[in-house]
Design a protein around this ligand. Structure first.
Ligand code: AMP
Ligand code: TRP
Length: 335
């Protein structure tokens, strides 16, 4: 057993600072972050080094980092209960990334579906995109993480992280805590409003495909009223045959706390228009308080102080783990 100085199970997760968070990010991942901080030691990271796997405007990237940090806090992550920090402020991520790169295989990385879709099957694509999951494994293993709350789309990356950790533990020396993913049942995969066969994504080109947590009431209304449904007119949860309606019902259910059965009962005999109108209200009411808190936090000096403090606390944990890792591999002078 690896000796760690944890008093509670440790949680780690990260989100890319590449534009505003959308409902998929919130319902699939970040809502769990808030719940977990009550009885876990939580570390939440803004993964700016993952963001540069695709070209970024440097000024905009820094702004997006602060936007995301503010949103983390606005949805209820408390920087006094949890650690919130920027990935590149703790050098251990890059260090461990290299060591893990030397312990992973092109075969397993080529199988990652996210890489396959992002590289569009081209013969040559950026190495960073290919190695993205190794950096993610480094993020997680750097903190002796027990639990990684993420959306369903990250399952394969979590498996890879577990494989790399187990491989090092078994073939070299017991070094890493092998983490578990934690996936939410309802809302784990929110689909695009304009095409319910695709997941809601930050990179969508149609603005009505997603709802950002910072969208104004009018925009929310427009996007929901335009959302793709089907022609049978019945409000019924059936992902396979009615993906659009089921996606809207998922959003309604998770935000309002009402079960699918209750929603089906209340909308029996009513049309999609009625249901959509009510969903607009549910989403607007859920996002209004988050947006108000965001405005307060985003330009406060406290935000920067909290992120610096987070990086120091994260760095202290990472240092202990990096010393163990360097000992395992015989790196440095071992001081
Ligand atoms: P990303 O936007 O890719 O940086 O993802 C941040 C977090 O949100 C990850 O844990 C994802 O799994 C989750 N996520 C992203 N898109 C969705 C979606 N459409 N539905 C549910 N979760 C999502
Ligand atoms: N790859 C994750 C995503 O796209 C973001 C991420 C980076 C992450 N490092 C992580 C998530 C570590 C959990 C743990 O959503």
């Amino acid at each position: 057993m690896i000796k760690t100085n944890k008093t509670k199970p440790r949680v780690f997760s990260g989100v890319q600072p590449s534009g505003n968070l959308h409902l998929g990010n919130y319902l699939g991942a970040i809502r769990q972050f808030v719940e977990l901080q009550e009885d876990h030691e939580c570390i939440y990271c803004i993964v700016d080094m993952h963001a540069i796997t695709v070209p970024q405007d440097p000024k905009a990237l820094r702004e997006h980092v602060l936007d995301l940090a503010s949103l983390y806090m606005a949805v209820g992550i408390d920087p006094r209960k949890s650690i919130i920090f920027v990935q590149s402020d703790v050098p251990g991520h890059a260090e461990l990334n290299w060591i893990l790169t030397c312990n992973s295989y092109t075969g397993e990385l080529s199988r990652m579906t996210q890489f396959k879709s992002k590289s569009h099957g081209k013969e040559s694509s950026p190495t960073g995109l290919f190695c993205y999951p190794v950096l993610m494994a480094a993020d997680i293993l750097l903190y002796d993480t027990d639990i990684v709350p993420v959306g369903n789309d990250q399952k394969q990356h979590i498996e890879l992280c577990r494989d790399i950790a187990t491989r090092v533990n078994n073939t070299i020396k017991e070094t890493f805590v092998v983490p578990e993913g934690r996936f939410m049942k309802a809302g784990a995969r929110i689909m695009a409003l304009d095409d319910p066969t695709q997941k809601m994504s930050k990179s969508a080109t149609n603005i009505h495909s997603t709802i950002s947590l910072l969208d104004q009431p009018n925009k929310i209304k427009k996007s929901i009223m335009k959302a793709t449904t089907d022609s049978d007119g019945e409000i019924r949860f059936d992902v396979e045959n009615k993906p659009g309606v089921s996606n809207l019902m998922t959003i309604y259910s998770v935000l309002s706390g009402e079960s699918m059965a209750d929603i089906e009962t209340s909308y029996r005999g009513k049309g999609y228009g009625d249901f959509k109108k009510d969903l607009v209200g549910v989403v607007q009411e859920s996002l209004a308080p988050i947006q108000a808190r965001y405005e307060e936090i985003r330009h406060s000096e406290q935000l920067i102080r909290d992120l610096k403090d987070g990086a120091e606390r994260a760095g202290a944990i990472a240092e202990v783990v990096m010393k163990r890792v360097k000992d395992t591999f015989g790196l440095g002078l071992g001081m």
